[in-house]
Design a protein around this ligand. Structure first.
Ligand SMILES: [Zn+2]
Ligand SMILES: [Zn+2]
Length: 156
């Protein structure tokens, strides 16, 4: 039977991705150990340079809970933040990306920033500026895409 991580093929492939992922997990872990994390000064324009704002409260509060099955416990499925194996019948939180975490590990993290520490999937935020930035980025991407298509259509 395929493992959890084989089924959810989300292991990073290039070294830079790996580095960024580890950095996020490190941050999440130090948060759990009660270390205060300074996420830097608040400036509007450089969202690319720093961690996005906290996940929307409504989203965090409604993050589904699941109960660890005997199969998952047998496989030694771990919480990616604290690296402790989940126990059978334990109630944990499931992110939309299907990654599982202890409530006590993921909730403080989502109170700091909106992405999954493992795969960086972003949850909606309550921050209007950030949501604007995100939409804007999406629009720019689509525009570039259209230009590329147009270019392709003209020159092929
Ligand atoms: Zn944990
Ligand atoms: Zn994830």
């Amino acid at each position: 039977m395929a493992s959890y991580f084989d089924e959810h093929d989300c292991e990073p492939t290039n070294p830079e991705e790996q580095y960024r992922q580890n950095a996020l997990l490190e941050l999440a872990r130090s948060l759990m150990q009660g270390m205060d994390i300074d996420l830097g000064p608040f400036e509007v324009s450089d969202w690319d340079q720093r961690l996005p704002p906290p996940a929307a409260r409504a989203v965090t509060q409604n993050l589904p809970t699941v109960v660890i099955t005997p199969e998952q416990a047998d496989k030694g499925l771990k919480c990616p933040v604290c690296l402790l194996e989940f126990e059978e019948q334990e109630t944990v939180r499931k992110m939309p990306c299907e990654h599982l975490f202890h409530s006590s590990c993921i909730l403080p993290w989502l109170g700091k920033t909106n992405s999954c520490p493992l795969c960086r999937l972003e949850l909606p935020t309550d921050n209007k500026e950030y949501e604007e930035f995100r939409k804007d980025k999406e629009r720019r991407k689509q525009k570039e895409h259209r230009l590329e298509n147009l270019h392709g259509a003209m020159y092929t």
